[in-house]
Design a protein around this ligand. Structure first.
Ligand code: AKG
Length: 280
């Protein structure tokens, strides 16, 4: 199957902006299978799913995570699709270790935006070589809830406080709110003050690759005809260290991780290494 490498221009965009659009990031065979899987998952959610309106055909934000642990398709996708190499290239890392997958669905007419945030404060890791690949499984424009990014915001050392996602508030990601950082600026209230980039006309199989430090969010899905299905995969590069701080995602049980805090997560059962650059 076709696997993609990043071009020098794409690498430059990622380095300067903290985000890059990658057209045709994976072979279409994966996209068809993942979309079919995502649709099934709506009626067969895992314990980590958040579902604003179970069963609803519209105005429904649905997310599910860590599906790779129990699902062969997701496991094969992260192992074989070439995403690991794309992530390693973007992060300028010799290796790419997998953290988790995140299915992100907004049915038609979903009013809930994804708030502006930075990923790294949510996660029990530190390091600059941490990235996500947000893969569109359906056609999507910004009005249909393609993510938007503040260009260059990855260059900060600042953590912005995690906040809960989703309209129902309290129960969604209830572990947020105890973390490290300062409040995220109200970017939506003053958009012209920020260098915001969004990607219209994304096709299924196109991806945005972005640093875990880059501020990003997404509007609701204003389309009345096109559901938005996407899957994000999260990747750890050479400088990532295991850092299970209070207020970070507790979905990985620290007691099961076989490396002490402060060290690279050399733990193939929980954070498998799916790419290593060939020796020079
Ligand atoms: O898909 C969305 O609405 C948000 C995606 C996102 O924040 C992420 O993948 O980190």
């Amino acid at each position: 199957m076709h696997q993609r490498e990043l071009t020098p221009e794409e690498l430059q965009r990622y380095r300067e902006d903290g985000v890059v659009l990658v057209k045709n990031a994976v072979d279409p065979v994966w996209v068809d299978k993942l979309l079919a899987f995502g649709k099934q998952q709506l009626s067969n959610p895992s314990k980590l799913a958040n579902d604003a309106r179970p069963g609803a055909q519209e105005n429904r934000l649905f997310t599910d995570r860590y599906l790779w642990r129990n699902n062969d398709l997701i496991y094969q996708f992260i192992r074989d699709s070439g995403c690991a190499r794309i992530a390693a290239q973007a992060m300028q890392s010799c290796t790419a270790r997998f953290y988790f997958d995140h299915l992100l669905v907004k049915k038609v007419n979903t009013s809930t935006p994804t708030p502006w945030h930075q990923d790294v404060p949510y996660w029990p890791f530190r390091g600059k070589q941490i990235a996500s690949i947000w893969l569109a499984l359906t056609p999507v424009s910004v009005n249909g809830s393609a993510p938007e990014f503040v260009r260059g915001s990855h260059q900060t050392e600042q953590f912005y406080l995690p906040e809960a996602f989703g309209s129902s508030g309290a129960k969604v990601n209830s572990w947020t709110g105890k973390g490290e950082g300062i409040p995220c600026p109200d970017i939506e209230a003053d958009r012209s003050a920020y260098d915001i980039v969004g990607f219209d006309d994304m096709e299924p199989g196109d991806a945005v690759v972005f640093s875990a430090w880059t501020l990003h969010g997404a509007p609701g899905n204003q389309s009345a005809t096109q559901d938005r299905f996407a899957i994000s995969t999260r990747w750890l590069g050479d400088d990532a260290i295991w850092d299970p701080r209070p207020g970070t995602d507790p979905s990985v049980n620290p007691a099961e991780v076989r490396v002490p805090p402060g060290q690279h997560p050399l733990d193939n059962a929980i954070f498998p290494e799916f790419y290593r650059a060939p020796a020079a």
